[in-house]
Ligand binder design. Structure first.
Ligand code: HEC
Ligand SMILES: [Cu+2]
Length: 303
């Protein structure tokens, strides 16, 4: 699922071209040096110079300057080409059409679209250059979706910028790429690239407060400790230690990829999150069976 991609993506093109140029330069140098070596071995072999004196050689300023300057020049050319490629990977010259903030948490992702928050599933429009501004709420994480671009470290107190571009619609898998504690391996990213119309509709939904007809189940949640860690816009729940749950039902998975998102899994997660993600920063909250059923149905219905 997360193999190094064979698909063509914008930064891979630029890096590929650069490595071919560097490869050709290295090949020419190899042929030159090995050719001279073979020639010297053949030309000055012992059988041709029986009894001859070994040649001595002292100072040749021109030669010394040449063999210092030539490699320096070659390296300078490669350096400049590399700078160009790095700028291209970072999206230089192509202005970002959109800015999204990504914050790493132990062990989930928060995405913010100008204040509209969601978790673990990053939606983006296809073919649109996006600047993802990444940082961390706790330890160092690293955002990495191999099909879409390079890795970028997420550091507490620092904002790094990562250029993302989805070449075609679909979902792309990613993963935290910097060991960040016990559940590091279950810190998956799912990027959903969709057409501009689909994306706009999705974002409009995300920006709305929750819609529910099940206010009874909602009351159970609001009366519980859940509110100190989770936000559900439209209610009094305004905690920020865990993922925003306003539209949790619209996500494909729970716990950053650890289980699918359906009523049965939701119930199982609420009953004992530690069973699926041992060490995760959500405690097992004691709830009755009827409360669990009600909460699971309610949460999955928050699309
Ligand atoms: C101490 C803080 C805390 C409390 C209390 C808490 N949670 Fe959580 N919750 C979290 C954290 C942190 C996560 C993310 C876990 C992870 O993926 O590593 C989470 C994840 C979740 C998720 C999965 C969200 C997703 O998109 O993956 C749901 C649903 C959820 N909590 C519901 C609840 C409910 C309902 C309650 C009350 C019964 C509750 N939580 C109590 C901190 C808390
Ligand atoms: Cu991490």
């Amino acid at each position: 699922m997360q193999s190094y991609p064979a698909t063509v993506r914008p930064p891979a093109d630029a890096i590929g071209t650069l490595s071919i140029i560097v490869g050709v330069i290295a090949l020419l140098i190899f042929i030159g040096v090995e050719g001279a070596l073979v020639f010297a071995i053949w030309r000055y072999r012992a059988s041709r110079h029986l009894g001859g004196e070994a040649a001595t050689f002292e100072r040749n300023r021109r030669l010394e300057i040449a063999w210092t300057a030539a490699p320096a020049l070659i390296l300078a050319v490669i350096f400049i080409l590399t700078l160009g490629t790095m700028a291209e990977i970072n999206g230089a010259g192509v202005p970002a059409a959109m800015r999204i903030t990504a914050t790493g948490h132990q062990w989930w992702w928060e995405f913010s679209y100008g204040g509209v928050k969601t978790a673990n599933e990053l939606h983006i429009p296809v073919g649109t250059p996006i600047d993802l501004e990444v940082s961390s709420a706790d330890v160092i994480h690293s955002f990495w979706v191999p099909d879409l671009g390079p890795k970028k470290d997420m550091l507490p107190g620092v904002t790094n910028r990562l250029r993302l571009l989805a070449p075609r619609a679909g979902s792309y898998e990613g993963q935290c790429a910097e060991f960040c504690g016990i559940e590091h391996a279950w810190m998956r990213i799912r990027v959903v690239a969709q057409s501009q119309t689909e994306f706009d509709a999705w974002l409009r939904t995300q920006a709305e407060p929750r819609t529910t007809s099940d206010t009874k189940a909602e009351q159970i949640l609001l009366a519980n400790i859940c509110v100190s860690c989770h936000t559900i816009r439209g209610t009094t729940a305004a905690g920020t230690a865990g993922p925003d749950l306003t539209h949790v039902g619209g996500r494909a998975t729970l716990g950053a990829g650890v289980i699918p998102n359906d009523v049965a899994s939701m119930r199982a997660w609420l009953a004992d999150p530690q069973r699926y993600k041992p060490g995760a920063l959500m405690p097992s909250v004691p709830l009755s069976n009827t409360d669990l059923d009600a909460l699971a149905n309610y949460l999955v219905s928050l699309k």
